[in-house]
Each structure stands twice: as C-alpha cells, then as structure tokens.
Design a protein around this ligand. Sequence first.
Ligand code: PGA
Length: 266
Amino acid sequence: MRGTMLTMSKQHKKVLVVGNWKMNPATLGLARKLFIDIRKNLGRKRLKTGVAIAPPFPFIAELEKLSPSQRIKLASQDVFHEKVGAFTGEVSLSMLHSVGVSSVIIGHSERRAMGDTDAEIAQDIQSVLASKMTAIVCVGEKTRDAHGHYFSEVEAQLSSALKAVAKSKLAQLVIAYEPVWAIGTGKHATAEDVCEMKLFILKILADTFGRNAQHKVRILYGGSVNAKNATELMEVGQVDGFLIGGASLKPREFVSVINQVEVYAK
Ligand code: PGA
C-alpha cells in the first residue's frame, strides 16, 4: 500500500511550501533576521519545490532585497481588489507586484473571521488571476461532525470562489485546504482525511472545468503542519505542498518541512 502511495505521490505537480507569518514578527529587524535564518538553513542546494513567504505588508519590500534570486518568493496575506483610490487601510495588487509579490493568499480563515465574505473573496481572486499572479485560495470547515457536513461547507466556499475563475487561468490557482479547527491548535487533520478532502476538491474542479483541471490546480494542506507530520501528510495526504503558519516562524523546522516536501518534487 505504501509503495503504491509513493508511486502516486511521485506524480505530483510542482510542489509548493508557503509560510504565512501572519502578524509576526514584531519588528523589521526581527523579520530580516528570520528571513536570513531561513535562507541560511535552505543552503545552496537546488530546490524543485517552490518556496514562498507571506510576511506582514510593511516588511515585504525590504525582504525582497534579501532574496535577489527569488529562491524564496514573496507572497502577501491578503489584497484589496480595487486598483487605486480612497480605500483607507487597503493594499492593491499593483502595490504588491511592485515590491516583488508573486502570489496572494485569499480567504484565509482569520480574514474570513474578520468579515471577508465569499463575494469579496471572489472579487479578489478575479483580480489576482487577471494580474497573472498566483491566487492561493483558502477553504476549510470550522468543525468536523460525524455526518460529513464539513464537505458541504468546503463545497460552498469553493463553488463561490471558482465562479471567479476562468478555465484559462487554472494554472494560476492554488487551493489550500485549511480546516479552521486545525489552524494553530497543534491538531492537524489526519493524512487520510486530507487525502479524502483533496479528492473531493479535485472532483469539484473536474465537475466545474472538466477533467484536465486536476492536472493544473495545486492543492495544499494547512493546519498545524510541522517537521513531524509533513512526510505523512505528503505521502498519504497526497497534497501538492503546504501552507504553514506557526512552523514558518522557526527556520529549522520550516526548512525541514521544505526538505521533506522536496522528496515529492518533480
Ligand atoms: P498553522 O497555521 O500552521 O499555525 O496551523 C496555518 C495557517 O494559518 O495557514
């Protein structure tokens, strides 16, 4: 069984590890140090795994200078879909692009909890895809119940998000399955449950866009990923990488996860 799984997982699309620093660390100095530590731990080995970090907005421009070769790419934790104008507190895509951001996390559960609606998320997805950047769209249930209602919760979020996606843009789409109960709790979803949800998401993609969609869209898992559970989540969960919060703030642990994912890189 494990042999079969390994063969299947070797067929993964380009794998991806994204570190979501959330509102950490406290200062630019600490952010520079963290970034440099991650870079040092990565060493010089050529990686097939895509690596991105999503720092808080004020640090992005400075961190870009620390990654001239784009070995570590920069992502943002959110975006506002308007181009310019009177939108106090918001940040646009062209601003992000101009400081080196190539992918944008959209609909993270912490943003949804602060009021981001499915409709706003769909607008953001549309503008990110129109700008040729990568949209990392988060979906995930709040709780798990014995009756499988969590599938409908994920389906509703995903269907709303996919309305904003043109078939021609599928290669720019990444779906991050992040069960809310697993985020920052130390309780990750089992690898079997992750695999089941991945297949469910692939089915929705195939139903919406046709069978080829599943070869284009990458599906990540997020929620208490760490150096101890990464290999099993890749191997059995069959995902194309991870979106990582807490462990992305620990350089050695983050790089250990990247190295484990690299085993599955094409
Ligand atoms: P966590 O966060 O790895 O700390 O659980 C994941 C996320 O919020 O993307």
